[in-house]
Design a protein around this ligand. Structure first.
Ligand code: BGC
Length: 750
């Protein structure tokens, strides 16, 4: 189709030389809005409707008569999905679609580095453009409300400010390539259990303070060109056509001018699909999620049912023109953009980016001086655990990828210590499955030894070793980090806790690497020599982990979510909170967000509940000394209320000097938390409102300067539908994690 566009443009260009004019919509020198305004009236009703719904699993129609191309989407969000069959989820079996797999988004969030997010966005955007994709289905920014959430690995942690800051550069980087980022899943979609039949009951304060800000940042600061509605309902209406969420908040309050795309099969109602803000319908089957004959896209809600309504007067053309305009805008921003983008695929730069990001996100949770590793030539390093060898780019649901290669931790450690003996023992058997949607890692993970033998073999291998590393954690099996199921608990599966305890009793310097995309409990943390939080790091995962373990990269990642001691410590105490309940007379499961804004560290800190490792925590092989935090003013006149679209102006600047006082170059994430004065409305005792990652050479100092806008002080007043800043003395806490506050200052809000 793109070829037709080029040919048509050329034909018109030639005729332009002959004094006839190029139609405005084909003229790349005209603005996007001029092109949309020119194209729209040229389209018939049938052509407009044809653009609003899928024609295959991942594409929708253009207007061939006018040379307007189809729209091609792809998952997202960690790499470009292999081509799937036209009307089937299985990969098509192409041999030229093995991509660079980038780290999972929880790892990106753990970098706390906006530059890394830009690098990620640019790189994946280049891969998408090369593969001729117009819409990348990602990134995801749903808040980690429960550590059980199956898709936590695809999201950016538990804090709305962190997620909001990290999503913006990603979106910009993708879109620089003429590819739309489709930010998902809008909104309050915080679990996988019954994701298509649960009504999230969330009050407006909680919605505006916790669950919307990252989406708001993606739209208002990132300028996202597309948003994906989520499967669940919010306050009684399905989110793919939720009037308040889409028409009032997204398109109204935030001025979103892009395309709202349904999650696949998330559209459920003919009339609401027309009136409630949805623009494009994609699906699993006809008629939403429910089964139906294949290849029947004309039966989609925004297909024949819409045409019938337009024909018999039940629907007017106002909504139709709005939807078609938005899709045309998307096309003029992407495949018909004035600048030609070609992208690149599997480039060395992309693999290098994947490795840098994965290393920067790796979090050193604990270190009793056993890391970085030093193994003498001729020495012996023993690696135990399935995740040292299991390739995990494959699997997990729609983020499943086919990558050109994946370096495992064991391979990377063998490479890092060529003159030592690096031995692997399995220790436990997890999941031996190695393929997903017909993408296979080609590994054989079968195992015949029983568990006691595996343990005995691990212990005997460890004897006399120079270092022993256990690499385990989760994988992307059902009920782990996986789309469409949630975890059942946060304890490690496959008997790993007992195994680690046994190993630690024999080897007190044991190094434990947990690979997961979501929080797990670490009851053994006090008994081992070091703990590292690794992630699904993509193609270069092993190299990145080895870089940190060997000290080639000084760790600088920080937790994007709390690691609680146990699930029971968290804010979700009842079934009505999670996973939801069935109520008399109600069609859908009801889930009440009774904990309100007390999510993640906001809960643990406010209720004084000890955690295993706190939000924002992460160590380095060097150490950092903080000077006093200084506010640019001692008082600020900014109390009172303001509208939902206001409050962006900076009202105070906080600066702090930080010195790298250890012997290695390293990076520190300086974090700023605000603590509100006591008042009538209960607020979390601390809330993250600023951070900056400083790269400091050994012995050198740097300054973090953190700007606080008025909105940073605000709470949402649901009755007034306005933000409110309360007067009083506010504490400004600056530190290395949410629990490691190094300097405190105050500001009087008048
Ligand atoms: C997922 C989306 C994904 C889509 C297309 C849905 O099931 O929820 O995140 O983009 O499928 O694969």
């Amino acid at each position: 189709m793109r070829k037709i566009y080029i040919v048509l443009a050329a034909v018109f260009a030639v005729s332009a030389c002959n004094n006839s004019t190029v139609p405005v919509y084909l003229d790349p020198s005209r603005s996007v809005e001029e092109r949309v305004a020119d194209a729209l009236p040229r389209l018939t009703i049938e052509e407009k409707v044809a653009m609003l719904h899928a024609q295959s699993k991942f594409s929708s129609r253009g207007v061939p008569r006018l040379g307007i191309p189809e729209v091609w989407c792809t998952d997202g969000p960690h790499g470009i999905r292999p081509e799937v069959l036209w009307d089937d989820w299985n990969q098509a079996g192409w041999t030229n679609d093995s991509c660079t797999a980038f780290p999972a988004l929880s790892c990106l969030a753990a970098t706390w580095d906006r530059e890394m997010s830009l690098l990620f966005g640019r790189s994946i955007g280049e891969e998408a453009r090369y593969r001729k994709k117009d819409v990348l289905l990602g990134p995801g920014v749903n808040i980690c409300r429960t550590p059980l959430g199956g898709r936590t690995f695809e999201y950016m942690g538990e804090d709305p400010y962190l997620a909001g800051q990290m999503v913006v550069p990603y979106v910009k980087g993708v879109q620089e390539n003429g590819v739309a980022a489709c930010v998902k899943h809008f909104a309050v979609n915080n679990q996988e259990v019954r994701r298509t039949s649960t009504n999230s009951v969330v009050d407006d304060r909680t919605l505006y303070e916790i669950y919307l800000p990252a989406f708001e940042a993606a739209v208002k600061e990132g300028g996202a060109w597309a948003i994906m509605g989520s499967y669940n309902l919010w306050n009684g209406e399905f989110n793919c056509h939720n009037h308040r969420l889409l028409n009032e908040i997204l398109k109204g309050e935030w001025g979103f001018d892009g395309v709202v795309i349904s999650d696949w099969g998330g559209c459920r109602d003919d009339d609401q699909a027309i009136t409630n803000g949805l623009d494009m319908e994609y699906g699993t089957w006809t008629n939403g999620l429910r089964g139906a004959p294949s290849d029947s896209y004309n039966n989609y809600h925004l297909a024949n049912p819409y045409l019938q309504r337009l024909a018999d007067g039940r629907a007017g053309t106002k909504e139709l023109d709005d939807k078609a305009s938005r899709i045309l805008r998307l096309i003029f921003r992407t495949s018909m953009a004035p600048e030609a983008h070609y992208g690149s695929f599997n480039s060395p730069e992309h693999y290098e980016a994947a490795r840098r990001i994965a290393a920067a996100g790796t979090v050193l949770l604990k270190n009793d001086g056993v890391l970085p590793l030093s193994i003498p030539d001729g020495g012996r390093l023993v690696v135990i655990g399935e995740n040292a060898v299991k390739k995990m780019v494959v699997g997990g649901g729609s983020s499943n990828l086919k990558t050109k290669y994946e370096i495992t931790p064991l391979e990377a450690l063998q490479e890092a210590f060529p003159n030592a003996e690096v031995v692997w023992e399995r220790g436990y058997v997890g999941n031996v499955e190695t393929s997903y949607n017909r993408v296979s890692t080609g590994q054989d993970l079968s195992e015949s030894r029983p568990a006691p033998q595996l343990l005995a073999d691990a212990l005997s291998a460890a004897e006399g070793a120079d270092a022993v590393i256990f690499i385990g954690g989760l994988n992307k099996s059902a009920n782990q980090d996986n789309e469409s199921t949630d975890k059942l608990d946060i304890t490690l599966p496959y008997g790993q806790d007992a195994l680690i305890e046994t190993l630690a009793a024999a080897i007190p310097e044991l190094i434990v690497v947990n690979i997961s995309g979501s929080p797990v409990a670490m009851p053994w943390a006090g008994k081992v020599g070091a703990v590292v939080q690794g992630w699904y790091g993509g193609s270069e995962t092993g190299h990145a982990l080895a870089d940190v373990l060997t000290g080639a990269v000084n760790p600088s990642g920080k937790l994007p979510f709390t690691l609680p001691c146990s699930l029971a410590d968290g804010p979700l105490k009842t079934e009505r909170q999670y996973p939801g309940i069935q109520e008399e007379g109600k069609e859908w499961w009801q889930e009440y967000y009774d904990e309100g804004v007390f999510v993640g560290y906001r809960w643990y800190a406010s209720r004084d509940i000890p955690v295993c490792f706190p939000f924002g925590h992460g160590l380095s092989y060097t150490s950092f000394e903080y000077g006093p935090a200084k506010a640019s003013r001692s008082s600020v006149r900014c109390s009172g209320s303001f509208g939902v679209d206001e409050g962006g102006e900076s009202v105070v600047k906080v600066s702090v000097d930080v010195r790298n006082c250890g012997g290695r170059d390293g990076a520190e994430v300086v974090q700023l938390y605000l603590s509100a004065p006591a008042g009538d409305v209960e607020r979390p005792v601390i809330e993250l409102k600023g951070f900056e990652k400083l790269y400091l050479e050994a012995g050198k100092s740097g300054k973090a300067v953190l700007e606080l806008p008025r909105r940073a002080f605000a709470r949402f007043d649901a009755d007034a539908h306005r933000w409110v800043v309360d007067p009083g003395t506010w504490s400004i806490l600056v530190g290395s994690s949410s629990e490691d506050i190094r300097s405190t200052t105050e500001i009087k809000v008048i």
